[in-house]
Design a protein around this ligand. Structure first.
Ligand SMILES: [Zn+2]
Length: 483
């Protein structure tokens, strides 16, 4: 009987502690959580996590500052032009259709391996999970992550956390990497603008669910075993209908296609119409102002966007705070969904602008056994995150655009390179020794020369006719007298 109880207790113990032998990481994304939302002072738990672990004031995300683009950059470490997710949709010139979210959007290049696949491909019982992560509901290299919940906004946030923790404690396939996504404060940010009380309420809710996640980890004894990175994909800025620009008034109907959403639109002219449409759009931008029209080759290189076959022949990008005609539809949707009247000065939220704008910046913080405490890292790039994930998971990274040295200081055990200091010390000591040796040699030579002069003078005095030739002999002859 006693043995059976011991056996049952042991089984219970192993079941409750069936976590992966590999380093464990949860990446939590709060869509459109702008880096400076902390200044609203409604997220005490996230602020405490910042103090407990490592954080950056902000991250430099990739252009366009859109959700799918940046989530895929987080997952792959690649710029938009290299992973091909150039926005929330794209127009396929050969098939002559627009692709919105789906397999095609995320598979410009079949060889690209997102972090959840790379983790499982690294073998030895590594399992990944995706809780609604944008782009993770599609196969890569023919496989889905072991644990997968597709996007469903109806899912309660606490149920998402509980499910993620159940994957980590799965008795047979314990996840060592989970990507966890929340669609807020993006949704309410778009509908009410980043300054709204609705966004504040979402931030409070996200702060509470973050507290719940870390409390559950503590309760399960996993705080020292699980690394958690909290981050976002982009920021948000205010736009009003007064700033919606309808450039289609300048174009002839049925001469073009439009893909993506404000504030950066792909314009795909029909065969032979490119020059005319470009000229009309340039004209519109001069008349109306507040947006720029690019031919493909003139798109700024720093955006790391234009070297991809999906880039449209013409690209229009609005200035911050402005948007295009597609926004009339969006605000109509929001007014219907949330029941309010749209006025010319009603505030809405928008993102997707130039990634150099502070309003587009996301945030970063991390805690866990492999993360340094009370550490602030200088702002780094969203493309660098992939290298951090690989380092935490102890897997070999694949092709990426990141720079590991930008971010490695957040890891426990990292110390700034001692090489320059060692070079300075060794160089300095060598130089000092050389100087001492030189000084000693010079002193000896001077003494010897002095002795020779003295000797020669003495001998000349004693034997004036014989001693101008050999000082060695002279020295020998002098010895008895000098001794
Ligand atoms: Zn987003």
């Amino acid at each position: 009987m006693f043995l059976i109880i011991i056996h049952l207790l042991f089984t219970l113990f192993t079941l409750t502690h069936s976590i992966s032998d590999h380093p464990i990481l949860i990446v939590v994304s709060f869509d459109a959580f702008r880096y400076d939302y902390f200044a609203k002072k409604v997220t005490p738990n996230l602020l405490r996590l910042r103090e407990r672990g490592s954080y950056a004031d902000y991250i430099n995300n990739v252009f366009p500052t859109k959700t799918f683009t940046n989530h895929h950059t987080i997952a792959t470490g690649l710029y938009a032009e290299n992973h091909g997710v150039l926005g929330n949709s794209y127009y396929d010139k050969i098939k002559q259709i627009s692709f919105k979210i789906g397999y095609e959007l995320f598979h410009y290049d079949e060889t690209i391996i997102p972090i959840w696949r790379l983790n499982e491909m690294s073998g030895h019982g590594r399992f990944s999970g995706s809780m609604m992560w944008p782009g993770a509901a599609f196969e890569y290299q023919g496989k889905l992550p072991t644990h997968l919940q597709k996007f469903d906004p109806e899912w309660n946030w606490y149920k998402r956390v509980d499910t993620v923790l159940s994957w980590i404690e799965d008795p047979t396939k314990p996840a060592n990497l989970v990507m966890l996504y929340f669609e807020e404060p993006d949704t309410h940010g778009h509908a009410f603008g980043p300054k709204s009380k609705e966004v504040v309420e979402m931030l409070q809710r996200l702060d509470n669910v973050s507290y719940y996640l870390h409390e559950q980890l503590k309760r399960k004894g996993l705080t020292d075993k699980v690394n958690v990175i909290h981050l976002s994909d982009h920021g948000m800025t205010t736009v009003t209908p007064a700033n919606f620009i309808d450039f289609t008034k300048y174009l002839k109907p049925n001469t073009y296609e439009i893909a993506c959403t404000s504030p950066a639109l792909h314009v795909i002219p029909k065969q032979g119409m490119e020059e005319e449409i470009y000229a009309l759009l340039k004209n519109a931008s001069q008349d109306l102002g507040h947006f720029t029209v690019y031919k493909k080759d003139a798109i700024p290189s720093r955006w790391r966007f234009k070297n991809n076959p999906r880039v449209p022949p013409i690209y229009v990008v609005a200035d911050e705070g402005y948007a295009f005609q597609d926004m009339f539809e969006s605000v109509k949707y929001f007014s219907g969904r949330y029941g309010f009247q749209v006025r010319n000065d009603s505030e809405f939220g928008i993102h997707g602008y130039d990634n150099q704008l502070p309003s587009m910046r996301p945030f970063f913080l991390a805690v866990g056994p492999q993360i340094k405490s009370n550490h602030k890292v200088a702002p780094f790039n969203t493309v660098d995150l992939f290298t951090l994930f690989c380092a935490i998971l102890n897997i070999k990274s694949t092709r990426h655009d990141g720079i590991y040295s930008n971010i490695e200081s957040v890891l426990v055990g990292y110390h700034a390179s001692m090489l320059p200091i060692v070079v300075i010390i060794v160089g300095g000591v060598t130089l000092a020794l050389l100087l001492i040796v030189c000084a000693a040699v010079a002193t000896l030579l001077i003494i010897k020369r002095q002795q020779n002069i003295t000797t020669a003078a003495a001998l000349n005095k004693r034997f004036p006719q014989n001693f101008s030739h050999s000082t060695i002999e002279a020295q020998h002859l002098l010895e008895p007298e000098d001794a």
